[in-house]
Design a binder for this molecule. Structure first.
Ligand code: FAD
Ligand code: FES
Ligand code: FES
Length: 440
């Protein structure tokens, strides 16, 4: 048991609990704040959305220890604010509430700016909720997030939240079966919340990860950079645009606020969206143990689905992308899923090349969700480098790309569809170079 300190709706609380208990349960069961709902428990529905330091996050994916020191706002507090009242009034006037189960989560998301990508409603059909968002945004400014306050270290036998990389590495070097916890958006879902079986090493309070920054040669991305950090960073938008695009397509806003690039890499899903983008950008992963620092090119990091070259006790500290002047670069990340938000990728393509007078040079292509790991497509890349950018040659390249994919049939899609999808994604993004309008 640990004394967890939280500021909830402006008031300080100390809750003595197992730090692996979900914040959602602390709010509902320990503090009686039952407006925050338990829907899916997997980050999908948004019924559990609360504002943490002003950002919408899923309380079902946050262990209490990770929330220690945070400013949490639940519907009980939001409803008393001017913005919250305007949101509730608009939802009610526009008919955006039926059973009301999803409403606290929607109110939180609308209060924070109106992005509804991480909120589901099974009753209203969204048109009226969207009308409420428009009504509110006409009347009030959304509240900007505030910087997170300092986070204190917690050092318990089953939950540790060290403050420095060195402390984390010391713990990882012991025999204890620590599982690194970053945003928790993979780990908690995979363990179906049975966290009492895990020893969690929470790295989110580590203060000495490098900052997201650029040097003369490269862009440095801390392992803890969230998708929100990546999609909004001017540095990433300038030097690594496909990564910003991928980040903007991940999950919904709550997942983008929690999920980290380090977690996406180590989780090693062939459908992980940051990975193909990082691969065409030539990223290198920086790894540390107490006695060794090494870097591995991302193209050599994965050994199979969910498997990597990460050694026991190793921590990903940051990712480095070499800078290449964006002039004359053709680059994109694109994907297909069942729908635009909150859908795991069925097929994705990341692409990077340099354009010259007669065609393309230095072509690099990475394919997601169509093989046991993210795949490169060297034959298609070589073909594209060999000749001019005509429609006929692009269509041939798309066929070749479909053949280079190694997809399987699974619950999300069929191999046949995935081959056609990667071909279509290439054409959708490159046909405009041959003078053809893009298609959707
Ligand atoms: C509803 C929902 C929608 C999603 N949609 C998408 C999507 O569209 N596209 C997509 O790519 N992903 C999606 N995801 C998964 C995505 O959120 C994760 O892959 C995320 O990036 C993982 O980061 P995390 O910080 O949450 O990792 P965690 O869950 O905290 O950790 C994941 C793994 O990485 C390890 N780890 C984390 N950080 C480090 C580190 N620095 N060093 C060593 N090991 C580390 C952990 O031990 C664990 O094994 C979705 C998830 C959910 C729940
Ligand atoms: S309960 Fe569905 S996202 Fe948390
Ligand atoms: S109003 Fe019933 S789930 Fe949204």
């Amino acid at each position: 048991m640990t004394a967890i300190e939280l500021t909830i709706n402006g008031a300080g609380h100390q809750v003595t609990t197992d730090p692996r208990t979900l914040l959602l349960h602390v709010l509902r069961e320990e503090l009686g704040l039952r407006g925050t709902k338990y829907g899916c428990g997997e980050g999908e529905c948004g019924a559990c959305t609360v504002l943490i330091d002003g950002r919408p996050l899923n309380a079902c994916l946050i262990p209490a220890g990770r929330a220690d020191g945070a400013r949490v706002e639940t519907i009980e507090g939001i409803a008393g604010t001017e913005t919250g009242q305007a949101v509730i009034k608009a939802l009610s006037e526009q008919g955006g509430v039926q059973c009301g189960f999803c409403t606290p989560g929607f109110v939180a998301s609308i209060t924070a700016g109106g992005d509804l990508s991480g909120n589901l409603c099974r009753c209203t059909g969204y048109i009226k909720i969207r009308a409420a968002v428009r009504q509110v945004l006409d009347q009030i400014e959304p509240r900007p997030p505030s910087p997170p306050g300092p986070r204190r270290a917690i050092l318990g036998p089953a939950y540790a939240r060290p403050a420095t990389i060195a402390d984390a590495l010391r713990l990882l070097a012991t025999d204890a079966p620590w599982r690194i916890l970053a945003g928790g958006t993979d780990l908690l879902v995979q363990h179906e919340h049975r966290l009492e079986r895990l020893s969690l090493l929470d790295i989110t309070a580590i203060a000495d990860f490098p900052a997201l920054t650029e040097t003369s040669q490269s862009v440095v991305i801390p392992a803890l950079a969230t998708y929100t950090d990546l999609r909004t960073s001017p540095t990433i938008l300038r030097w690594a645009e496909p990564l910003a695009t991928a980040a903007a397509l991940v999950g919904g806003r709550q997942i983008q606020n929690a999920g980290t690039v380090g977690g996406n890499i180590v989780n090693a899903s062939p459908a992980g969206d940051a990975i193909p983008a990082l691969q065409v950008l030539g990223a290198r992963i920086h790894l540390r143990t107490p006695h060794r620092a090494r870097t591995v090119p991302i193209s050599r990091f994965f050994t199979g689905p969910g498997r990597t070259r990460l050694a026991k006790g190793e921590l990903v500290t940051h990712i480095e992308i070499p800078k290449t002047p964006p002039t004359d670069l053709i680059w994109f990340f694109d994907r297909v899923g069942t729908r635009r938000a909150q859908a795991i990728t069925k097929a994705s393509v990341a692409f990077r090349a340099r354009r010259h007078e007669s065609g393309l040079a230095d072509v690099s292509i990475a394919l997601g969700a169509v093989g046991p790991t993210v795949l490169e497509a060297p034959e298609t890349a070589a073909f594209l480098e060999r000749g001019p950018l005509t429609e006929e040659r692009l269509r041939h390249a798309a066929d070749l790309l479909g053949r280079e994919a190694q997809p399987i049939d699974d619950i999300r899609s069929t191999a046949r569809y995935r081959r056609r999808a990667v071909a279509g994604l290439l054409l959708r993004n490159l046909l405009p170079l041959a003078g053809r309008p893009p298609f959707s």
